[in-house]
Every structure is written in structure tokens, then in C-alpha cells.
Design a protein around this ligand. Structure first.
Ligand code: 2BA
Length: 107
């Protein structure tokens, strides 16, 4: 068994959860915050059988859109001056980690 962690945009979360559930995957939805943008995103935890990992990842990938976002990178130019440079970054569709599960119990 594997544990999938998938970080997706909040706007895609309802769709991702719905397709996972429809395909029979159990999932837990966590409200998380990206360390770089410091804005909200959603992390799903899903325990799946080894042979189902690819199917789960593919459902997540098909329903999590890549987005281009403009951020303002502030660079210090000395003690008083700062310069704000627009920087284009690509966020998502999904950041996925797959971990081995040593033991799984439902008590
Ligand atoms: P954030 O940390 O808010 O990052 C949002 C986006 O900012 C990233 O998109 C990436 O395009 C950019 N970014 C992140 N760190 C950067 C840096 N040091 N310099 C320049 N650009 C940077 P994604 O890579 O698609 O990541 C989306 C979210 O997935 C992240 O939100 C974070 O919550 C999570 N994530 C990504 N990589 C991770 C990792 N190695 N470990 C844990 N969480 C991760």
C-alpha cells in the first residue's frame, strides 16, 4: 500500500476530490499553505493499493490545472531602497509525493 500526498490549487480541490471519490479512492482533504507564496492550497492524503497509484495520480493530474502567476519579487538595493520586480511563476497542476505504508489499520 502507498500513501499519496497531492498538493493542488484550492480552485481545483472540489473537482479532484469528486473524481477520486467517484473512482472509489478514499481521500482526506487538508487546508494547507504554500511556503513560497504563503497563500492557501489544498493537500489530499489518499491511501491506495500499489497497483492503483498510477490511476489515482492520473485522475489528480487531469483535474488540477497549471496556472501562471505574477508575483512581485522585492530586492533590497541598500538600506532604504527596494526594487519590486514582476516575476512569472508556474504553479501546479499538482505536486505529488508517494510514500510506502508500513501498516494500515481501521480500528
Ligand atoms: P508554494 O510554496 O506557495 O509555491 C508556489 C509556486 O511558487 C511553486 O509552484 C513554484 O512555481 C514557485 N516556487 C516555490 N518555491 C520557489 C522558490 N524557492 N523560488 C522560485 N519559485 C518558487 P509548485 O512547484 O507547483 O508548488 C505548488 C505548491 O506545492 C507549493 O506552494 C507548496 O505548497 C507545494 N510544494 C511544492 N514543492 C514542494 C516540496 N518539494 N515539498 C513540499 N511541498 C511542496
Amino acid at each position: 500500500m502507498k500513501l499519496i500526498f497531492a498538493i493542488v490549487n484550492d480552485d481545483d480541490a472540489a473537482r479532484v476530490l469528486s473524481v477520486l471519490n467517484r473512482a472509489g479512492f478514499g481521500a482526506t482533504k487538508l487546508a494547507t499553505t504554500g511556503g513560497y507564496l504563503k497563500s492557501g492550497n489544498t493537500t489530499f492524503i489518499s491511501g491506495v493499493e500499489d497497483e492503483q497509484v498510477d490511476q489515482a495520480i492520473s485522475l489528480i493530474g487531469q483535474n488540477a490545472r497549471k496556472r501562471t502567476q505574477l508575483i512581485h519579487d522585492t530586492t533590497s538595493m541598500g538600506s532604504f531602497n527596494t526594487m519590486s520586480m514582476p516575476l512569472e511563476i508556474q504553479v501546479g497542476g499538482a505536486t505529488v509525493f508517494v510514500l510506502n505504508v508500513e501498516r494500515f489499520e481501521k480500528l
